[in-house]
Design a protein around this ligand. Structure first.
Ligand code: BES
Ligand code: MN
Ligand code: ZN
Length: 489
């Protein structure tokens, strides 16, 4: 993350611009020097996320006014959006101070976290491979002015820095071209992140995966010259309450394999088919900084999916880590195969909850579009905690049915199941497939195929990889409570 944040109790002398939040009604900030009628005359009425710039004059620096809308309607989620708009409007100023944290009133800690997240995420760009880096915003330094409750503001800022750093890291991984980020390289990055953030890491190579019986991950990898990797990460805080397992789909590039995808534009997005694993890795890297009190274990299931003479074929049968056999009817339904091994390994640990996150089905994107993930699960408490994390982070989810009757669509003539259902209810049949590998562990599955990528800059999202699910998973782990064992109702 390029943006640095600090706090101050008064306006610093050397700033290039000051960001001020203005509500759509009520009194204007003291010393603004403009009436509502004057602001209205330049088209600014304080509507949420509206911005306008006032030139420097006399003692006053350039001011970026950003609308807060109706004060009574402000939430942490709108503050995050407001901050993102302000960062875009002020992107040309290198050093910016802002009174937003207190302008928004309410909880200073939550406001500070939202302001940092909104600004840092809106300012993020992936430019590693550009010679011309002029698309990078000049804005790299933000001072949060906290006249009151400075400790609260600082604490919120630190949380925002940890979550935004995680999101930027995951976005960079997902934006990286497939030949610049192989499973081997991704595992090396994971080890480095683990070292820096107090996690135990174990990397498993192909021989070890074969010995462990990870037939799904090894099978998907069969067509590739790049070997697979599984990364296990362990976060072990003292006095932990509860144990969560996270499993991420890390398909470094999804060509479809023998069931080759057509060469349309969306094909280039398949470098992002490791977005689930990236979100999990970034989440794990943030837990210590956020003093999360939940024990968390992660499995990153990494390989690409390519066709060749050694690739798995339609009709082949794989034996997964839990011993179940799967007949391959479409090599493009590879995500569920790599996840199955991770879920089976996670189940052996008997965690209090297990979450997988995967760019799994075009069907889920077809159903929900690009602004929300699908969530499925076998336990009401876990699904509800995912929904609560979603509400707090504004990473939207919508629950879809794990409709047991459709399990028959996965029936195989020769094996325990096939890896695809029919043409209908593709997101549900994929989730039903995964449910075969979780036994009775309370489990939820996030299908992020839709929101993995943004088509344009929008709020705190920028065009390209979104790292969707990173903040949601961090929040889920931080707030986690052991769910009742009861099955879903
Ligand atoms: N990685 C894709 C799903 C995907 C599609 C993610 C579009 C993001 C955007 C997944 O591996 C896949 O190919 N799924 C198939 C499953 C089908 C063969 C049952 C799909 O959705 O078409
Ligand atoms: Mn696929
Ligand atoms: Zn895929």
């Amino acid at each position: 993350m390029r943006t640095s944040f600090t706090t101050a109790s008064t306006l610093p002398a050397k700033i290039d611009a000051l960001v001020i939040g203005i509500a759509s009604s009520g009194t204007l900030p003291a010393g603004l020097g403009y009436t509502r009628a004057e602001l209205s005359a330049i088209g600014f009425d304080g509507r949420c996320c509206q911005t306008t710039i006032i030139p420097a004059s006399g003692q006053s620096p350039v001011r970026v006014l950003v609308g807060l809308g109706e004060m009574s309607a402000l939430t942490a989620n709108t503050v995050r959006l407001v901050a993102a708009s302000a960062a875009r409007a002020g992107a040309r100023y290198a050093k910016v101070a802002t009174t937003l944290v207190t302008d928004a009133r309410g909880n200073a800690k939550d406001n500070a976290q939202s302001v940092v997240e909104g600004m840092a995420l809106a300012l993020h760009r992936y430019v590693d491979l550009k010679n011309d880096k002029s698309s990078l915003p000049a804005l790299t330094s933000v001072v949060l002015i906290a006249r009151t409750s400075p400790a609260q503001v600082k604490a919120g800022m630190e949380m925002g820095i940890a979550t935004a750093t995680a999101v930027c890291t995951a976005r960079d991984f997902a934006n990286t071209p497939p030949s610049h980020l192989t499973a081997t390289q991704f595992a090396q990055h994971a080890e480095e992140i683990a070292r820096k953030s107090g996690l135990k890491s174990t990397v498993y190579n192909r021989d070890q995966l074969i010995a462990m019986g990870c037939g799904g991950l090894v099978g998907v990898n069969a067509g590739s010259v790049e070997p697979p990797r599984m990364v296990k990460l362990e976060y072990r805080p003292t006095g932990a309450r509860g144990h969560v397992v996270l499993v991420g789909k890390g398909v470094m590039y999804d060509s479809g394999g023998i069931s080759l995808k057509p060469s349309d534009a969306s094909h280039a997005s398949m470098k992002m088919d490791m977005s689930g694993a990236a979100a999990v890795l970034a989440t794990m890297g943030a837990l210590r900084a956020l003093k999360v009190k939940t024990k968390v274990t992660a499995f990153l299931m990494c390989t690409d999916n390519l066709p060749s003479g050694s690739a798995m074929k339609l009709g082949d049968v794989l034996t997964m880590h839990n011993g179940k056999t799967v007949e391959i009817h479409n090599t493009d339904a590879e995500g569920r195969l790599v996840l199955a091994d991770g879920l089976s390994l996670g189940t052996q640990l008997k965690p209090d909850a297990m979450i997988d996150i995967a760019t799994l089905t075009g069907a889920c994107m077809g159903a929900l579009g690009k602004k929300m993930a699908g969530v499925f699960g076998n336990n009401r408490g876990v699904i509800d905690q995912i929904k609560q994390a979603s509400t707090r982070t504004d990473e939207l989810v919508w629950e879809l049915p794990l409709f047991a009757d459709y399990r028959r669509l996965l029936d195989s003539n020769v094996a325990d199941m096939r890896n695809i259902g029919g043409p209908l209810a593709g997101a549900t049949t994929a989730a039903l497939f995964l449910s075969e590998f979780v036994a009775d562990v309370p489990w939820a599955h996030l299908d992020i195929a839709g929101p993995m990528e943004a088509d344009g800059d929008d709020g705190w999202l920028n065009r390209g990889a979104t790292a969707y699910g990173t903040r949601l998973l961090i929040d889920f782990c931080a707030q986690f409570k052991k769910p009742a064992a009861s099955k879903k109702k």
